[in-house]
Design a protein around this ligand. Structure first.
Ligand code: SF4
Ligand code: SF4
Length: 67
């Protein structure tokens, strides 16, 4: 089953993955990570198509996509 995993402590909250997701399931969290950023995450995992766009756009290799 398609799935994405965010290593949220390494996220800088740039929002590139939010913008690129074709099914719009990525959002910026309300909590702050140890670096002081609001990290991106996914709520509706079941809607992920494992297109890998988010993983490819992330400059900090925060996102792992599983097919
Ligand atoms: S793999 Fe594709 S569908 Fe899944 S969260 Fe990333 S951009 Fe969205
Ligand atoms: S592209 Fe990477 S660093 Fe930027 S918000 Fe998404 S997961 Fe975080």
């Amino acid at each position: 089953m398609p799935r994405v995993a965010f290593d949220q402590e390494r996220c800088k909250g740039c929002g590139l993955c939010v913008a690129v997701c074709p099914v719009k399931i990525i959002s910026i969290s309300q909590h702050i990570n140890w670096q002081g950023y609001r990290p991106a995450g996914v709520e509706d995992q079941e809607k992920c198509t494992a297109c890998t766009m988010c993983g490819r756009v992330c400059p900090d290799t925060v996102i792992e996509v599983y097919k």
